[in-house]
Ligand binder design. Sequence first.
Ligand SMILES: C=C(CC[C@@H](C)[C@H]1CC[C@H]2C3=CC[C@H]4[C@H](C)[C@@H](O)CC[C@]4(C)[C@H]3CC[C@]12C)C(C)C
Ligand SMILES: C[S@@+](CC[C@H](N)C(=O)[O-])C[C@H]1O[C@@H](n2cnc3c(N)ncnc32)[C@H](O)[C@@H]1O
Length: 368
Amino acid sequence: METAAMAWTAAVAAAGLIYWFVWVMGAAEVKGKRAVDLKMGSITRDKVQDKYRQYWSFFRRPKETAEASSENVPVFVDTFYNLVTDIYEWGWGQSFHFSPSVPGRSHRDATRLHEERVVDLVGARPGHRVLDVGCGVGGPMRAIAARSGAHVVGITINEYQVARARAHNKKSRLDALCEVVCGNFLEMPFPDSSFDGAYSIEATCHAPRLEDVYAEIFRILKPGALYVSYEWVTTALYRADDPDHVETIHGIERGDALPGLRAHDEIAAIARKVGFELLDERDLARPPAGPWWTRLKMGRIAYWRNHILVSVLTFLRIAPKGVVEVHEMLYETARHLTRGGETGIFTPMHMILCRKPPVAADHQEPSS
Ligand SMILES: C=C(CC[C@@H](C)[C@H]1CC[C@H]2C3=CC[C@H]4[C@H](C)[C@@H](O)CC[C@]4(C)[C@H]3CC[C@]12C)C(C)C
Ligand SMILES: C[S@@+](CC[C@H](N)C(=O)[O-])C[C@H]1O[C@@H](n2cnc3c(N)ncnc32)[C@H](O)[C@@H]1O
C-alpha cells in the first residue's frame, strides 16, 4: 500500500515537473508561441531534417555559393525562414531584429523605440501608404502603424510568415491598417510610384545584389518619398587579413542565410547608383547607444533550457526531427553575432535615409 502511494506521488510529481518544464519554462519570450508549437513553417514534419541539410549545404560557403547561383538565394532564404520562424518567435518575440539596449528599459521597450524611430525618419502619418520591405511576422509593422496611423503594407518571401503576420495583425486589431503580401522584394508586385514611404529593418542583407532591391524600392516610391534602411554590414574595424574576423563574419553569414555581408562604405554608393539622394547615414549602434548584443549574451542559460526542451520534444516526437540541428545552428550563430558586436567589426543597424528626388518643376505635367 505504502509503495503504491509512493509510486503515485512520484508519478504526480514527475507529471508536474514535465508540465512546468514544457509549458511554463518553455513559454514564449512574448506570449503566444510555445515549445510544443514548433512547426517549422510550411515544411511537412518528415522533410524538416532534409530541408535543413539542403539549406546548410547551400549556405555553408555563403559568398561563393551565392555568387555562383544568386538566382537560388531567395529559395534558400525562404527555406531558412520556414526552419527558424517559430524558434525566433518562441525565443525572441515578433520583431526579428536587434535594437540598442536602453538602460532601465525592457527588451520589448528597446525594440519598440528602435522601430518607432522609423516613423519620424520617413515622416509616416495617417493617409500615407508605407512599405515594409521584408516584414517577417510583422512586429515592426504593427508598432509603426499603431504609432503613425499610416497604412503599412509588408512583403515577405515566406508564406508561413504571411499567415503568422496576418493572425497577429488581427489579434492586435490592427488588420485595418496592416496588410501583408507574399512576394520577392527583388520583383515586387506593386505599381510604380505607389507608396508614400518605405523602410527595411535587417532584411535587405538577404539580397544577393543590394542594387536590385534598392532599385525596386526606388521604383515603387512616389517622387519626394523617403526610404530608411537598417543594414547589416562589416564596420571599419573589420580586417579581411585577420582569421578571427573572417571566421566571425562567415559564422554570421552561414547562420543567417546571408549571401555575403557588405562593407559599411558600400551602402550609400549603391543607394545613389539607383537614383536616391542620401539624406543621412549613421551606425545606430555607436555610443551613446547601448550594446545590442547583450540580449544575446544574457540569453545563454535560456538557450540551454531550450536545447534540452527541443531535444525532449523531438525524442517524444512532438517536435519534428531536425529541430535540434536548427536550434544548434542558431546557438552557434548567436555566438558569432555576440563576437561581432563585442569586437565592433559588425553592426546590424547601419542606417541610411534616402529620398527619391521630387519631380523637377519643368518635368511636371501641365495642370488642366
Ligand atoms: C535579422 C536577422 C535575425 C536577427 C535575430 C532576430 C536572430 C539572429 C540569431 C537568432 C537567435 C539565436 C539564438 C537562438 C536561441 C539558441 C534559441 O534558444 C532561441 C532563439 C534565439 C535567441 C534566436 C532568436 C532570433 C535571433 C536573435 C537575420 C536572419 C538577417
Ligand atoms: C530578419 S527578418 C526581419 C523581419 C522584419 N523586418 C523584422 O524586423 O521583424 C528578414 C525578412 O526579410 C524577408 N526576405 C528575405 N529575402 C526576401 C526576398 N527576396 N523577398 C521578400 N522578403 C524577403 C524574410 O522573409 C524576412 O521576413
